[in-house]
Design a protein around this ligand. Sequence first.
Ligand code: SR1
Ligand code: MG
Length: 399
Amino acid sequence: MTTYRPLTAETVLAYLDDHPSLKARLGGDRDAWTAREVSDGNLNTVFIVTGPAGSLCCKQSLPYVRVDPGWAMPLERTLFEARWMQTTEKTAKGQIPALYHVDEGLFLIVMENLGHHRVLRDMLIGGTAPAGFGARIGEFIGHAAFATSWRALPFEDVFALREIFSRNLALTRITVDLVFTDPYRESCGRNRWLSPDLDVHVRALQQDHGLRLAVERLQERFLSVGQNLLHGDLHTGSVMVEGDDVRVIDGEFALYGPLGFDLGMFIANLAINAYAQPGHSSWIDDEIRLVWNNFRRAYLDRWDESGLRGDVDSLTRSAPSLARRTQFFQEVIQDVAGFAGLELIRRTIGFAQVADYDAAPDRLAEAEARMRAMSAGRVLISDAARIDSPQHLLDYLRL
Ligand code: SR1
Ligand code: MG
């Protein structure tokens, strides 16, 4: 068992040198390797190590939140990311990085370095994301969700997976607090917003009792409706793109939850980009349609496959009901709408905001973008149960 210590760009080289299979991927001797820290997310340290034959991405948990060292955090999160990768790689059709090594003592994972890929959020802001990325994300969600659902697996297997991911308590707590609670509390010190521009809007939101009830309904769904394994933090910073090679990374928040959660998070982050950069509106509208349509297609394709082992649907599998499937996707789009609304609000006034707003042309445009996100978020949360189609969702988003 390795004793935990945070690695540095120096010590990660020594670590890799002690592991023959990783050493072979880099090639040559340690003297020929370089390591650089590229930590970018809120939580962990990441190093890219390059050698004569190849490169590796090394990700390690810290005992605190990287961007807020006073916020203590258990170390297990990289191990949950490894479990998410191991569960998802069977069905992800090459859409996640390959996992090479897990060190349960150092809370370290070593994986494929996506050296030529770029973070989708940066590509959206720069206007360089290739059209059609939304289709790949929709397919990814459809395949990954179906594969861990009660339709695909007997309940014994679902229970076993749920048992593993139900222990991802620290990161689920982050989501419960940052997404479902903090933004709606007047005295929460973790909130921040563009002041004074948004003051009146934030006050109105935080004093809206009906909205709180709707948020609590969604929180109950998030915690109690375990339809399939979720990525759990699927924003545009969790996607890397090179041409039509679109990969999903950072599955450390994985848990069983409602199918609409990942879709809602991702769509909300796309919408924020369009609010901040209104020239992107029509492009983002197209991508959101691609996300939904390809998610639905991928999920249905898997649903029609022979050899499904799930208990759910076993009575009608030979004669599927179109009406039941239509109703199923309507329930999903309602969840998508509600969770998208929550994400719009927390990324605008909560602890973890997004860089897209910095791309607005000036302060007035930024304030306008943030107000549009808050206003769309509020109505989506309140009206989620009335939304019955992707077009209806887009009408509410008003891109
Ligand atoms: C303290 S972590 C804050 C946020 O960063 C992650 O990427 C998740 O989005 C989380 O909510
Ligand atoms: Mg992340």
